[in-house]
Design a protein. Structure first.
Length: 118
């Protein structure tokens, strides 16, 4: 589902990779209240916040309620969504650049500190 966020929306090819990483939500049609904010809009808002560094309270209203967005962020952190995204991004990077990051390491002891470490 394409949202109406214009240039702030997550591109379709990226969303196809992200969506399966999100936890499945049980739908309860008997429960009242507002409909759940679309996951794609919530993720776009979180990415917007990360890119701009703004506080939750200053997120533009087109993304939805700041408290809803913050709650969704906390849900996704608790369920490991962003760790999964990081792993998938690393795999994609490895395939694109054709390197294996599992075998990479760096150690500061290989270089001498300037002025003897003082």
């Amino acid at each position: 589902m394409k949202s109406d966020l214009g240039h702030l929306d997550i591109p379709e090819e990226i969303w196809k990779r992200l969506h399966p990483l999100l936890p499945k939500r049980k739908t309860n049609s008997k429960k009242g209240g507002r409909p759940r904010l679309d996951d794609r809009v919530a993720m776009a808002a979180i990415f917007y916040r990360v890119r701009t560094g703004i506080q939750w309270r200053y997120i533009p209203p087109m993304f939805g309620s700041k408290s809803t967005l913050h709650r969704r962020f906390q849900e996704w952190v608790a369920s490991g969504v962003f760790d999964k995204i990081e792993k998938e991004a690393l795999k994609l990077y490895e395939r694109t650049v054709k390197i294996r990051t599992k075998r990479m390491a760096s150690d500061g002891s290989f270089a001498r500190a300037p002025k003897g470490g003082v």
